[in-house]
Design a protein around this ligand. Structure first.
Ligand code: TYM
Length: 332
């Protein structure tokens, strides 16, 4: 039986990935590599939608690669590469831009939010066409499954729409991908603002648990997380968003059910609970950070892994691109 194809990606917009990235996406990437034919990319071209100093972009890209490997991504089990190393992403991206309607692209909430924040003069066209490049990332590999957090749901929907539109106009060319969005961990919230998602671009430093922060810093952030004025450790996203977020983080990392954790803290206060959440997070992150720092010391090996991955990815990507061009009537 052929293995199902999985594809996912992450931007390199910060020196550190965060707990939301891990719980919403990367932990699923790791578990898919054993039984699936998995492709994982660092979407460094998407990262260009935010102006970044070249030295910083380079550093962040390699740091992100090291953190993913340290989190368990294994290049012997999956194909791990940089988006910019596989030119077919841009080539299919253009085709997707020609499939997408201006109206449907304008309805993308991430585009609306980000462009509203920076104003139209400072919003680059790449932010508008971002979902079409993301569609190309997915469709090039004929992915069956795309493990992502909740915030990428709409981008997956447009990917499916574009693939269906192309297939019905030009004949079956693309696999229609399904999202893999697991409720537990799909949306981790900002520790200081527990109704907004934990985010590289918009969370305050105190609101985000970074993989590369020291254990002391992360423990302090969790202990200072904003909660409500009550005392009961109970999952209630409306009344207790801060406590619910911490319960979700604990449960997803420790594997204990939310009910069990609630029971463990019956009659105890928020202080004891936060101390335990901090321990769970810190003990989980400690070896990941250590391994990422070690990997970063050997840049040549890191680059070799990424180049090997790109060579494997290009073969699959080019196969799809050629079929797409042929079906479109572009002269071969
Ligand atoms: P990015 O880089 O913002 O995030 C990477 C992954 O982390 C998930 N995530 C979260 N999950 C739970 N809670 C959070 N607070 C949280 N914040 C982020 C995201 O949902 C994502 O799965 N456009 C994508 C990158 C991309 C991609 C792709 C993804 C480019 N091409 C192809 C899948 C397939 C992005 O900006 O993710």
């Amino acid at each position: 039986m052929t293995r199902k194809r999985v594809l996912s990606g992450i931007q390199a917009t910060a020196d550190s990935t965060h707990l939301g990235n891990y719980l919403g996406a990367v932990r699923h990437w790791v578990s898919f590599q054993d039984e699936h034919d998995a492709f994982y990319c660092i979407a460094d071209l998407h990262t260009l939608t935010v102006e970044t100093d070249p030295a910083v972009l380079r550093r962040r890209t390699l740091a992100t690669a090291a953190q993913l490997l340290a989190s368990g991504i294994d290049p012997d089990k999956c194909t791990f590469f940089l988006q910019s190393h596989v030119a077919q992403h841009n080539q299919l991206g253009w085709v997707m831009e020609c499939m997408a309607g201006f109206g449907e692209a304008s309805r993308m909430t991430q585009f609306k939010d980000k462009s509203q924040k920076s104003g139209s003069d400072r919003t680059v066209v790449g932010l508008f066409t971002y979902p079409m490049l993301m569609a190309a990332d997915i469709l090039l590999y004929q992915a069956d499954l795309v493990p992502v957090g909740e915030d990428q749901r709409q981008h997956l929907e447009i990917t499916r729409d574009l693939a269906e539109r192309f297939n019905s106009r030009y004949g079956k060319t693309f696999q229609i991908p399904d999202g893999h969005i697991v409720k537990s961990g799909a949306k981790i919230y900002d520790l200081q603002n527990p109704t907004a998602k934990m985010s590289k671009s918009s969370s305050s430093v105190a609101g985000i648990v970074e993989i590369m922060d020291s254990p002391e810093v992360n423990a302090k952030k969790i202990k200072s997380a904003v909660t409500d004025t009550g005392r009961e450790v109970k999952f209630d996203e409306k009344e207790k968003p801060g406590i619910s977020n911490l319960l979700m983080i604990h449960s997803t990392l420790s594997g204990k059910s939310i009910e069990t954790i609630e029971k463990d803290f019956e009659g105890k206060g928020y202080g004891d609970f936060k101390t335990e959440v901090a321990e769970v997070v810190v003990e989980f992150l400690r070896p990941v950070r250590q391994r990422a720092l070690e990997l970063l010391e050997d840049e040549a090996s890191l680059l070799a892994i990424l180049h090997d991955g790109a060579a494997k990815a290009r073969i699959v990507a080019d196969h799809t691109l050629q079929a797409t061009y042929k079906n479109l009537g572009l002269v071969q």
